[in-house]
Design a binder for this molecule. Structure first.
Ligand code: PMP
Length: 306
């Protein structure tokens, strides 16, 4: 990771190296923290943050779900992200923003009501999450041996750090087996989501993505659905079984970091042509036009920092 100059922490900008916490911070032991993943792109009018308000709102809602009270409003945190991008004087095309809240030092034991809530925002230059080659040629996906926890047992809709233990196990397994990314099924055997992205497939011209019953309510997925419909595609939200993926014409992942990453294969099966499909390519290039401010129709999703 490339360090930047400043991190915003509890209302102040501090040097990157000074953004530290005690080893007895509550979250390190019991796992209650919430994160966001937001992105700023360098457009011809300077940096623009994509769907900023929705990301910040989701952070606040994740915190509400996990019983943490972030003492900053959505507006204050939006402004902090804008200021952070300015102050860091980034140069690259892609800047990833990580707003988060965790429980700090002072209380031990599972009951967390009195643990102090620490709020921070970091940003750094970060290129393609699944690699430049992945964006062009597609990635190898493995269906994970572990399922995504059922919504009866955790806060699946929260972007809670605790949910990423499951994602980490699945991702590690996939890479260890020679794949690039893991796809998790739900406890009924239907597609839930990838370890850090949502899943789409294309069959006979129809674009299909599962409902968010067992996944994060993804902002990129929502964007892709809107854009694909505007492009004239039929988009359906319904459960997808493992066998359907194996015989899909195309498949791709969506996420703030993953952007639109084509899927070349799943388990031992090639998906479609075994590379980036035609519809995937169109959606991907439209997405990049939008986030880089080259498509005025969706400019309302951009917050320019200058
Ligand atoms: N699912 C998981 C588990 C994720 O970590 C992410 C990335 N935030 C997504 C889906 C995609 O969400 P978004 O499009 O809002 O980034």
């Amino acid at each position: 990771m490339d360090a930047a100059k400043y991190i915003w922490m509890n209302g102040k900008f501090i040097a990157w190296d000074d953004a530290k916490t005690h080893v007895l911070s509550h979250t390190l032991h019991y796992g209650n923290g919430v994160i966001e993943g937001t992105k700023a792109y360098k457009t011809k009018k300077g940096y623009a943050i994509f769907r900023l308000n929705e990301h910040t709102k989701r952070l606040k809602e994740s915190a509400k779900m996990t019983l943490m009270d972030i003492p900053y409003s959505v507006e204050e945190m939006n402004q902090a992200q804008i200021d952070l991008i300015k102050k860091n004087e980034f140069e690259g095309d892609n800047v990833y923003i990580r707003p988060f809240a965790f429980l700090g030092y002072g209380v031990m034991g599972v009951y967390h009501k009195d643990a102090p809530v620490e709020t921070a925002i970091a940003a750094w230059e970060w290129g393609a999450y699944l690699g430049e080659e992945g964006l062009q040629k597609g990635i190898k996906l493995k269906i994970a041996s572990m399922t995504r926890p059922a919504n009866t047992s955790n806060m699946g809709k929260a972007k809670a750090v605790a949910n990423y233990l499951n994602s980490q196990m699945a991702k590690y397994e996939a890479i260890d087996c020679g794949y690039d990314e893991a796809l998790l099924l739900d406890d009924q055997g239907y597609v839930a989501e990838a370890s850090g992205a949502c899943f789409f497939m294309v069959k006979d011209g129809e674009i299909i993505s599962p409902p968010n019953d067992n996944s994060l309510a993804s902002i990129t997925q929502k964007t892709v659905i809107e854009v694909a419909q505007d492009m004239g595609y039929k988009v359906t939200r319904r459960r997808i079984s493992r066998e359907e993926i194996y015989v899909a014409d195309e498949a791709f992942l969506t996420g703030t970091a993953a952007e639109i990453t084509p899927v070349a294969s799943v388990d031992a099966r090639k998906v479609g042509i075994g590379s980036r499909g035609e519809i995937t390519e169109k959606i991907q290039s439209t997405y990049f036009d939008i986030v880089f401010g080259r498509n005025s129709k969706y400019e309302h999703y951009l917050t320019y920092i200058d």
